[in-house]
Design a binder for this molecule. Structure first.
Ligand SMILES: Nc1ncnc2c1ncn2[C@@H]1O[C@H](COP(=O)(O)OP(=O)(O)OP(=O)(O)O)[C@@H](O)[C@H]1O
Ligand SMILES: [Mg+2]
Length: 267
């Protein structure tokens, strides 16, 4: 890959930045429907009657403080934690009891909190791990997806042979997102994109996500402690407090709500 080509990709990413998310197709059926979901660990209940929807192509934020249950909710959605009650429907299928691998194959991909890359593998090897559940797992299809992921996140192409453990924090997050894209999801869930990263690095990642959203029409579920970052990007948002959905609505309304600004933005 020549530097010229990389420059073109980089320019594309930077110049198409637009903070207004594309409106989802409200006529379409919802992609994800969660109803009265309750779950927890052993005897300890963490989530109570959580209900939420994500339309196709919609960007939805779930925000809440440390320990509110955000990651627990994502574990339940992606089949890593068994729901105690309630239902999860994805692309019209009841996936409440599905195993994680089957859910990835259906098109829901989860970028976990803390990224969970294999530090001793290269960027490219980490991305190939993301293709393991591909429906059409042919070599050619995986090569195409790898190329596609590098086109969407061009900085990774330059670093494809670098060990993931030697990447900067922002590059590692980019690598985790690219790995999530390798299963060709319809919904990409990102748990704490901004955690531990400098504001300018977070801005770069969000610009890359805007770009991917526009090009791919993917749905995104952005889960964040940082209320401002997530709600600025989303069409709609849900506030999770102590395992309950405390408020929900258009992201702008939540961002402008005096209660939320007082509780989460120290105003
Ligand atoms: N594997 C586990 N076993 C037992 N309890 C757990 C486990 N994981 C999380 N918990 C508990 O569940 C509650 C919710 O944790 P969770 O990680 O879902 O919160 P969170 O909103 O993602 O927090 P953060 O913003 O810090 O990531 C906490 O009380 C936590 O201690
Ligand atoms: Mg968490």
């Amino acid at each position: 890959m020549s530097n010229d080509t990389d420059d073109i990709h980089n320019r594309e990413t930077v110049t198409t930045v637009d903070t207004v998310p594309r409106e989802p197709d409200q006529q379409d059926t919802p992609l994800l429907v969660v109803r009265n979901l309750s779950t927890g660990y052993d005897e300890t209940q963490v989530l109570w009657d959580v209900s939420l929807d994500v339309m196709r192509g919609e960007v939805v934020a779930i925000v809440g403080a440390n320990g509110a249950g955000k990651s627990t909710l994502l574990s339940a959605l992606s089949g890593l934690l068994t729901p105690w009650s309630g239902s999860i429907t994805f692309a019209g299928l009841d996936i409440t009891r599905y195993r994680a691998e089957r859910i990835v194959r259906l098109g829901m991909s989860h970028v976990p909190q803390g990224r969970r890359l294999f530090p001793g593998l290269t960027v490219e090897e980490n991305l190939r791990m993301g293709a393991y559940t591909r429906r059409a797992g042919s070599k050619k299809a995986i090569e195409n997806d790898l190329d596609h992921a590098f086109t969407l996140l061009p900085r990774l192409r330059e670093r494809r042979r670098q060990f993931a453990g030697s990447l900067s924090g922002g590059e590692q997050q980019m690598c985790a997102i690219a790995r999530g894209l390798m299963s060709r999801p319809e919904l990409l869930i990102i748990d704490e994109l901004s955690l531990g990263l400098a504001p300018n690095v977070v801005d770069d990642l969000l610009a890359a996500i805007d770009d991917i959203h526009r090009r791919e029409q993917l749905g995104f579920l952005l889960v964040e402690q940082d209320v401002q970052i997530a709600l600025e990007r989303a069409h709609r948002g849900y506030i999770l407090e102590n395992g309950h959905i405390a408020q929900s609505g258009p992201a702008n309304d939540l961002l402008n709500s005096a209660t939320i600004r007082a509780a989460y933005l120290g105003e």
